[in-house]
Design a protein around this ligand. Structure first.
Ligand code: CAO
Length: 424
């Protein structure tokens, strides 16, 4: 039995942030019904197209295990269908621009009247306050959440990261909020509103940088490369390059082949507990007892020299050879893996985190499966639905429309019934 079996989600999400949340819930067994505008659906279906005529990877990789209904929720009959969906579902998830649900005629008060146990879960760019009406995309959230100001090199521009911490990160936060609200409802019988603002989610993920902001009052941040290089700290947490964010200094170092391979690098952490092993490995056993190198406190001002010496050693090995040599000695290192290498990674394929899915329009494609592993739940990744693939099925089986009533809805112009409806 799936963890969330029996939970029905009215999925009003689009683009990336909301769909990552409902995809997680679908993987964990919820019945996710994605409501899409007739004719076009989620805008990402036709964004970054790689196979003409087929739904994009952008869409298919964010909407697995869901059903799709095409419904114009601004049409009278469409609103009637939406009302029935609200009655039949446990959770309504949305990430529209602020106010869109109210403009559609479905305020929180009205939703509660239709279904008093409903959980209304929303992603917005900002929480309550000055910016609450703003539309927000991934990189805006990364900038407004403090991530960009602390990412990059000290002498360079602020940088956004490839990890989608604004969108997918907030989707994760919302999924946790929803499961908590479901548990709460089980005990109290009451629904509630759950809000995950993207700025707040990014701030949560940047917690160590706010830690450093406060530490600045007590003097320079000694673990930052700036300190050893004699650079002055300003009033805000600076960009730290590839310095480790914790108390164990780390850097990205060149490996064999770096001249031609942009990813021939390793992350190397000089964890204090294994300092002796590092010295032996790189051919500097004398550093173990040298008072200039023997303790973390004295090493901090010599990090450039230390990492130069380690790099002289890593450059003689491939990033995987570095891993093989360091792991038995408990030295924490990590190869810089390219997406090409991730796609081919046997371990990730075995664990179901990288999976191949078959799609009627695009054929086989790779996607990221459920990254959370439950010992009692087996997640099968099913392809994303075609637009309106389940309109008829949802109207009749979930909402109980039949006969003339079903015909009336089907002919009202409020729903789209796709050609693919019965293609499975
Ligand atoms: N039937 C009829 N109308 C529908 C509909 C349906 N099935 N589904 C959506 N609509 C309507 C909405 O009601 C809204 O209409 P109004 O503007 O008249 O109220 C309209 O479509 C557009 O919704 P939107 O404003 O949310 O979409 P947008 O493309 O203009 O903005 C985005 C996109 C992402 C910037 C905005 O939704 C947003 O800020 N969301 C919250 C933050 C967020 O999740 N951002 C991450 C996105 S991923 O990077």
């Amino acid at each position: 039995m799936s963890a969330l079996e029996g939970i029905r989600i009215l999925d009003f999400t689009h683009v990336q942030s909301g769909p990552t949340c409902t995809q997680l819930l679908a993987w964990l067994g919820a019945d996710v019904i994605k409501v899409e505008r007739p004719g076009s659906g989620d805008a990402t279906r036709k964004q970054l197209i790689d196979v003409p005529g087929a739904d994009s990877l952008y869409f298919t990789m964010l909407n697995h295990n869901k059903r799709s209904i095409e419904l114009n929720t601004k049409n009278v009959a469409g609103k009637e269908v939406l009302k029935r969906l609200i009655r039949e579902c446990d959770v309504l998830v949305e990430n529209f621009a602020p106010g869109a649900l109210d403009r559609m005629g479905f305020s929180w008060e009205r939703i509660q009247k239709i279904n008093p146990k409903m959980i209304l879960a929303s992603i917005k760019g900002f929480g309550k306050g000055k910016y609450e009406d703003c539309k927000v995309y991934e990189n805006v959230a990364q900038c407004a959440g403090g991530a960009a100001s602390t990412t990059g090199f000290p002498d360079g521009l602020p940088l956004v990261t490839g990890a989608q911490i604004g969108d997918s990160g907030t989707g994760l936060h919302l999924a946790l909020g929803i499961t908590a609200a479901l548990l709460h409802r089980q005990r109290t019988g009451r629904g509630q509103k759950v809000l995950a603002p993207m700025q707040d989610g990014v701030v949560n993920l940047c917690r160590v940088k706010l830690r450093d902001q406060q530490r600045l009052k007590s003097g320079p941040l000694k673990e930052y490369s700036q300190h050893a290089r004699g650079m002055k700290f300003g009033s805000a947490t600076p960009r730290a390059g590839n310095d480790s964010g914790g108390g164990q200094p780390g850097r990205i170092l060149k490996c064999k082949g770096w001249e031609t391979d942009p990813n021939a690098y390793t992350y190397f952490i000089t964890q204090a507990a294994v300092w002796g092993n590092i010295c032996d490995l790189i051919g500097r056993p004398e550093w173990k007892d040298d008072p200039n190198y023997a303790s973390p406190e004295v090493r901090i001002s010599r990090l450039d020299a230390i990492f130069d010496a380690i790099e002289s050693w890593t450059q003689t090995k491939t990033k995987f050879e570095v891993m093989d040599a360091c792991n038995p000695l408990n030295i924490p290192v990590g190869p810089i893996l390219s997406m090409e290498e991730i796609a081919a990674d046997e371990g990730l394929r075995r664990s179901g985190t990288i999976v191949e899915v078959d799609h009627p329009e695009r054929g086989k494609y790779l996607t990221v499966g459920c990254p959370i592993k439950l010992s009692e739940v087996n997640v099968e990744v099913k392809r994303a639905p075609l637009l309106g693939e389940h309109t008829h099925e949802i109207l009749s089986q979930v909402l109980g429309f039949e006969g003339e009533e079903l015909d009336r809805i089907l002919n009202s112009g409020a729903v789209g019934v796709s050609d693919h409806e019965h293609s499975g």
